[in-house]
Each structure stands twice: as structure tokens, then as C-alpha cells.
Design a protein around this ligand. Structure first.
Ligand code: HEM
Ligand SMILES: *[C@@H]1O[C@H](CO)[C@@H](O)[C@H](O)[C@H]1NC(C)=O
Ligand SMILES: CC(=O)N[C@H]1CO[C@H](CO)[C@@H](O)[C@@H]1O
Ligand SMILES: CC(=O)N[C@H]1CO[C@H](CO)[C@@H](O)[C@@H]1O
Length: 540
């Protein structure tokens, strides 16, 4: 009979052997990787590679430095693995669109996210992704977003009224953390427009149950610990109960229950209204999904199960909440840095007679459009993403590179399993493509003839020669939603208030965890924030 000690010893022995196998396999792959011959910065540590420097500097700053030193195509080390970094448009195009699933999101990330949040659009690949995307696409069309724009405007006015009430009757300026308020506003919007749910984040002090459950689960996904990594390699470790696991399971149960209720309501609403042409009005993304799932164009085996549909709720929360608020926060920051631009924008907005514009009115304002484009270019909320090659491949290059041995190549050999970074932000602000003033906030470049260099037309992206919403099969499905939401916010807030930075400009830094949020160097312990002085705009 085994004693406990023998049992433990044999388990540990097996684990150690398995660990050794993994390390050997991994090291072998790295030692033989074709990427090691590309130019790049020295590794400051064999274990961490360049990851420590990268994590301690603002998003993409180090990469921009390495571009100057080693060229637009180079390699750095992420822990002990090689990572390819390239701003080459031909290579990016190949990665994003060839295949089209030859380059996928890292498997580890997909597994963690789908275990925790469900297998929604963000984590799917191949056939499952194609099917889900086909059913989801109609929900995000122009006509559907036009119907939802009422919600964007209503919630913007709601935020305006709250800020106005904080200012009070004496019209004195107040200091507010706009990052916090915009994040509440966009949560209310994605709740209502996404799945007809009222978070009431703008009004309540207590966090809503769904929001709380989501934050608990998502917090776990965002905090990838060594324990998570081990559990990923050794699934047996998942049976060990931990305190956070219990809290997480409870939260997952809450999310599931609320989600099923919302889905039931959507279905009831849909069957009651029927599917007869114009009588059916877009209510929210979830209802649109249920309707799309019933469409004749979708074959029986492509249809989504209730579980597939439920997984989209946390997907919308993950992808559509902090991204929009970050974009609007950074736009207000840019408008504080340049008062003339803020003034010019306000003049354009005040020419509109109503405080409740439609989507078409919002989209007809050229300077508003230019400000939003410029902000999304310079302050892209998602600063980078990554992809893993699913097969051996050659990446074609527009600009050849010289390897460490001095040989010139017009393509890069990539091996199955190699990871590469998609440098969204750096591409948006690259001098190579945008010219010498690439790092400046200049909305005018979008309206002046010839303001946008023709080199940028080669940048792969679904919107505005930029990679802000990425390109290819995984490009942002919600970009029309985001653009109208951001415009509604800016329209309402900039007409009503004047904004000024409440801290020194160089105190503000961007930190990236999925999205880039502003932090203060002087108050790192407070997390993300952007304090601004806000006062009512009084026409002179
Ligand atoms: C300014 C705001 C936004 C930005 C900058 C943004 C950016 C992005 C980017 C870069 C991706 C690709 C990520 C990757 O594949 O690695 C993405 C995907 C996605 N976004 Fe957005 N997004 C924004 C707003 C929204 C909104 C409002 C929604 C929903 C209402 C949304 C829903 C999604 C979804 C579902 C995906 C996954 C698409 C797929 O994998 O097929 N996004 N977004
Ligand atoms: C999608 O359609 C299939 C087949 O009609 C149905 O069984 C399934 O429940 C539907 N899914 C949702 C979420 O309505
Ligand atoms: C400082 C440091 O750890 N440098 C290492 C970089 O990587 C090479 C090869 O992997 C090592 O030989 C160096 O010691
Ligand atoms: C990512 C990043 O912030 N890079 C550069 C952006 O532009 C400013 C100047 O506007 C530089 O200081 C940063 O290095």
C-alpha cells in the first residue's frame, strides 16, 4: 500500500519529469529559432529577456527606440523566447490577412479567457470564429448602430447633468477624475446597447451585481500568475481548490444566471415582436444576435447554441467598455494640451441646433471627425496585440533587413510556434509612414488636402489607414459602435464645458494592461486617473 509520502513523491517526480520535458522542448525551440539571427537589443537577463524593461516603460516607447537602433524589423526577448517585431506593412498585411487563420492569438491566452469568460468571439479561431463572426456581423452594421445612437446621446446627457450638478449654481470650476466618470458612462452604454441591462453605474455608489461578478472573474484573467501558467501546462493542478477559485466560481454562476435571464427576455421580446420587416426594431446587440441566428442565410450546423450566445456578454464587456472610455479620456487630455483645438471643436459643435443629434448629424461634423481620428491614431487604446504562427512560413517584407551575419533578406523565416507582436500604436505614430510630425496631435492633417501621406494607405486596417481597430478576420467588430459613442460624448461634453488639466502635463503617463489608461507619476498608488478642471462653457 502507498503511504501518503510515497504518493506525494511519485506525483512530484512525475511533475518534475514533465517540467523538464517542457523546458527542454522549449529551449530547443528557442536555440534553433530562425529569429535569433535578426538584429535586436541585447538580452539583459537570460530568464526575463527584455520583458522587465518593457513592462517598466510606457507603452511602445522602448520599441520606438529599438526601431531607431535596429531598424523597423528586429527581434527582442520576451522571457526566454524570441519575439519578432516589425513595422513592415507587407509583413503586417501577411500576418493579419493571409490564411486567414495562419496567425492566431496565443493559445495560452485563449484558454485562460475562455475558461473564465466563455468561448466568445475574442477567443475563437478557424471555423468556429468564422461562424460566430458571420452571425454577429449584422448586429454591428451601420443601420443597427444608427438605432442605438439614441442610447449614446442619452447617456452622454446624463453624464453632462451629473457634472453640471457637481459644479452647482455658482459656476465655479470643479476638479473631477474624468477617467472614472467616462468609464461608468461607457459601462452603462454597453449594458443598455449590448444586452438591454441597466448597470446604473452613473447613478449608484454600490457596484452592480453583474459588474462585480465580471470584475472578479476578469480580474483573475488579467492577473496571470505563475500558478495560472503551471495550471495551463499541467491541467491536473486545476483540481486544487484555492480561495480565489471559490469566489470566482460563485461569480461565474452569477454571470451565468443573469446572462440566461437576459437571453430569455431577448427571445421573448423577439417572438412577441416577430420578424416582419420594419416592425422589428434593433433593441440591443444580444437581441440582434438571436435574430441573426434565426436568419435563412445561416445553415443549421452554423447556428449558435445558448452557451455560445451567453459567452458574448462578457466578450462585449471586455472588448467594448474600457476601450471606448480610454479613447474619450485621451481625447479630452489632448484637447487640454491644445486649447485652440478645443475652442475650434466647440465652435463647430455649437453650430448644431439640437442637443440630441442623430448618428448622421454626428458623422457630418468634419472637425469632430478629424479630432477623433487623430486621437485614435496617437492614443490608440489597444497599444499592441500578438499572434503566433500556426505553421512554418516566410513573411514577405517591403523593406529588406540585414541579419547579424551581414546578409540581406527580403523575407523573414518564421517557424510554427513563433510569436510576433502587432505594434498597433507604434504603427500609428511611425515617422516612416506619417512624416516628421507623426508624434504631434494635429487633427488638421485629416482635413487638409495632402495632409495624410500616401505611404499610410499601405497600412492594413479596417478604418482610416490605422491599425487602431486592427485588420483581417479578427478586426474590431465594434468600431462603428465605438466611433459614434465617442462622438456623442465629445459632442455633449465639449459643448457644455471647458476643460483644463488639473495636474502638470508631464505628470500624466499611459500604462497598458489590455488598454492604455492615464496614471499620474506623482500618485502611482491611486491607479488610473485623469483629474481635469471642468467649468461650464459660457458663450462670450
Ligand atoms: C475605441 C474603442 C475600441 C478599440 C480601440 C477597439 C480595438 C479592438 C482591437 C485592436 C481588436 C482586435 C484585438 C485582437 O485581435 O488582438 C478588437 C476586437 C474586438 N472588439 Fe473592439 N475596440 C473598441 C471598441 C469596441 C466596442 C465598443 C465593441 C463592442 C460593442 C468592441 C468589440 C470587439 C470585439 C467583439 C472584438 C473581437 C473581434 C474578433 O475577434 O473577431 N470593440 N477591438
Ligand atoms: C439558434 O438557432 C438554433 C436552431 O434554430 C436553436 O436551437 C438555438 O437555440 C438558437 N440559439 C439561440 C441563442 O437562440
Ligand atoms: C546578460 C545575459 O544574460 N546575456 C545572455 C543573453 O543570451 C545569450 C544566449 O542566450 C547568453 O549567452 C548571454 O549570457
Ligand atoms: C509610445 C509613445 O508614447 N511614444 C512616443 C510618443 O510621442 C512622444 C512625443 O509626443 C514621445 O515622447 C514618446 O516616446
Amino acid at each position: 500500500m502507498y503511504t501518503i509520502a510515497q504518493l506525494l513523491a511519485s506525483i512530484l517526480g512525475t511533475l518534475a519529469a514533465y517540467g523538464l520535458l517542457l523546458v527542454t522542448r522549449y529551449s530547443y525551440q528557442q536555440w534553433t529559432s530562425p529569429l535569433q539571427y535578426l538584429p535586436g537589443p541585447p538580452n539583459s537577463s537570460w530568464l526575463y529577456g527584455n520583458s522587465k524593461e518593457i513592462q517598466s516603460s510606457p507603452p511602445s516607447v522602448l520599441h520606438e527606440k529599438w526601431i531607431e537602433e535596429y531598424g523597423i524589423t528586429h527581434v527582442y526577448k520576451w522571457f526566454f523566447t524570441h519575439r519578432l517585431y516589425t513595422l513592415d506593412v507587407k509583413a503586417m498585411n501577411h500576418v493579419l490577412t493571409s490564411g486567414p487563420y495562419d496567425y492566431q492569438k496565443p493559445g495560452f491566452l485563449r484558454r485562460v479567457l475562455s475558461d473564465l469568460l466563455g468561448a466568445g468571439l475574442l477567443v475563437q479561431e478557424n471555423e468556429q470564429h468564422r461562424n460566430q463572426r458571420k452571425i454577429l456581423n449584422p448586429a454591428f452594421g451601420t443601420a443597427q448602430i444608427r438605432e442605438m445612437s439614441d442610447i449614446f446621446v442619452e447617456e452622454s446627457l446624463h453624464l453632462r447633468d451629473i457634472w453640471a450638478s457637481q459644479i452647482g449654481a455658482d459656476d465655479k470650476r470643479v476638479r473631477l477624475d474624468v477617467q472614472l466618470w467616462l468609464s461608468r458612462m461607457t459601462l452603462d452604454v454597453i449594458g443598455r446597447a449590448g444586452f438591454n441591462y441597466r448597470f446604473n453605474a452613473l447613478d449608484s455608489v454600490e457596484p452592480d451585481p453583474l459588474n462585480k461578478a465580471f470584475s472578479t472573474v476578469f480580474g483573475t484573467a488579467n492577473r496571470i500568475t505563475l500558478w495560472n501558467v503551471l495550471q495551463n501546462f499541467l491541467p491536473v493542478l486545476r483540481v486544487f481548490p484555492t480561495k480565489s477559485r471559490a469566489a470566482m466560481q460563485e461569480s461565474q454562476a452569477i454571470m451565468g444566471r443573469i446572462g440566461r435571464e437576459l437571453l430569455q427576455e431577448s427571445k421573448k421580446y423577439l417572438y412577441a415582436t416577430g420578424e416582419k420587416g420594419d416592425s422589428w426594431r434593433a433593441r440591443d446587440l444580444l437581441s440582434l444576435l438571436v435574430r441573426s441566428n434565426m436568419s435563412q442565410d445561416i445553415s443549421e450546423n452554423q447556428r449558435m447554441t445558448d452557451e455560445d450566445v451567453l459567452a458574448q456578454i462578457p466578450t462585449f464587456l471586455t472588448a467594448g467598455h474600457e476601450t471606448s472610455s480610454s479613447a474619450t479620456t485621451w481625447t479630452l487630455f489632448a484637447l487640454c494640451q491644445d486649447k485652440e483645438i478645443q475652442h475650434k471643436l466647440r465652435q463647430e459643435l455649437l453650430k448644431v441646433a439640437t442637443e440630441s443629434p442623430t448618428m448622421d448629424v454626428l458623422n457630418s461634423l468634419p472637425y469632430l471627425d478629424a479630432v477623433v481620428r487623430e486621437s485614435l491614431r496617437l492614443h490608440a487604446p489597444v497599444s499592441a496585440t500578438s499572434r503566433v504562427a500556426t505553421k512554418d512560413d516566410f513573411l514577405p517584407l517591403a523593406t529588406p533587413f540585414t541579419d547579424k551575419k551581414g546578409a540581406v533578406h527580403d523575407s523573414i523565416r518564421v517557424r510554427k510556434g513563433d510569436t510576433l507582436l502587432i505594434p498597433i500604436r507604434a504603427m500609428n505614430r511611425s515617422k516612416t509612414y506619417w512624416g516628421e510630425d507623426a508624434q504631434e496631435f494635429k487633427p488638421e492633417r485629416w482635413i487638409t488636402p495632402g495632409g495624410i501621406p500616401s505611404a499610410t494607405s499601405a497600412i492594413p486596417g479596417i478604418w482610416g489607414n490605422m491599425m487602431t481597430f486592427l485588420g483581417g478576420p479578427h478586426s474590431c467588430i465594434g468600431y462603428r459602435f465605438a466611433l459614434v459613442e465617442i462622438k456623442a460624448l465629445l459632442f455633449t461634453l465639449v459643448r457644455s464645458f471647458e476643460f483644463e488639466l488639473a495636474v502638470a502635463e508631464d505628470d500624466v503617463v499611459g500604462k497598458s494592461s489590455l488598454v492604455v489608461r492615464p496614471h499620474l507619476k506623482s500618485e502611482p498608488e491611486k491607479g488610473s486617473q485623469l483629474p481635469l478642471w471642468i467649468k461650464p462653457y459660457v458663450p462670450s
